[in-house]
Design a protein around this ligand. Structure first.
Ligand code: AMP
Length: 168
């Protein structure tokens, strides 16, 4: 699939290259994460650049969650997950660092964190939790664009029906 190279999308104040996208609908984007806390940690993001969940229209909410479910099925299968953490940090008081509504989709495996809910401290960046198989905050380095592009290509193939008309 040929994608226009120069196209970028907003994620809060950040510009995300098309190469990082794996899903695109009228209201929603799927992007691979520059600093995943577990392999397969991706983000489902509203196309409209708004910070808070309560700013979304009914159509945007419906699509965010419909696409979130679609993505979660793919992530669970590809990463042979035992479950998923699906999470929105809604506002900086709740740990949101990018002021643009996004659903975290994180594959979970039995025993991946010493205490199951430690994932929220890692996600938030506030807690130092005993290292199991997750990548601790201080150790997380931004991934290369090549690495993220390769992951996005795999996920894009799984999604299968990228509509080039929606790349506007
Ligand atoms: P939150 O703290 O809930 O706002 O989540 C922000 C998420 O965005 C984290 O998982 C970050 O790793 C991720 N992130 C930050 N910058 C980028 C970027 N340029 N591309 C992809 N993901 C990003």
């Amino acid at each position: 699939m040929a994608l226009p190279v120069a196209r970028t999308f907003w994620f809060g104040p950040l510009t995300i290259p098309l190469a990082q996208l794996f899903l695109l609908t009228k209201h929603t984007l799927g992007i691979v994460n520059i600093k995943p806390i577990r392999p397969g940690h991706v983000l489902v993001v509203t196309r409209r650049q708004v910070a808070r969940f309560n700013e979304l229209s009914q159509d945007e909410i419906a699509d965010l969650f419909a696409q979130g479910q679609r993505v979660s099925k793919i992530i669970e299968r590809l990463y042979s997950a035992d479950g998923l953490t699906l999470c929105i940090q809604d506002g900086s008081a709740a740990g949101q660092t990018v002021p643009h509504v996004h659903l975290h989709v994180i594959p979970r495996h039995i025993g991946d964190f010493a205490n199951n809910d430690d994932i929220y401290s890692v996600l938030d960046g506030t807690g130092k939790v005993p290292l199991q198989t997750h990548i601790d905050n201080e150790q997380r380095r931004p991934r290369s664009l090549a690495d993220m592009t390769a992951e996005a290509e795999i996920l894009r193939r799984e999604i299968g029906d990228w509509d080039s008309e929606t790349v506007t």
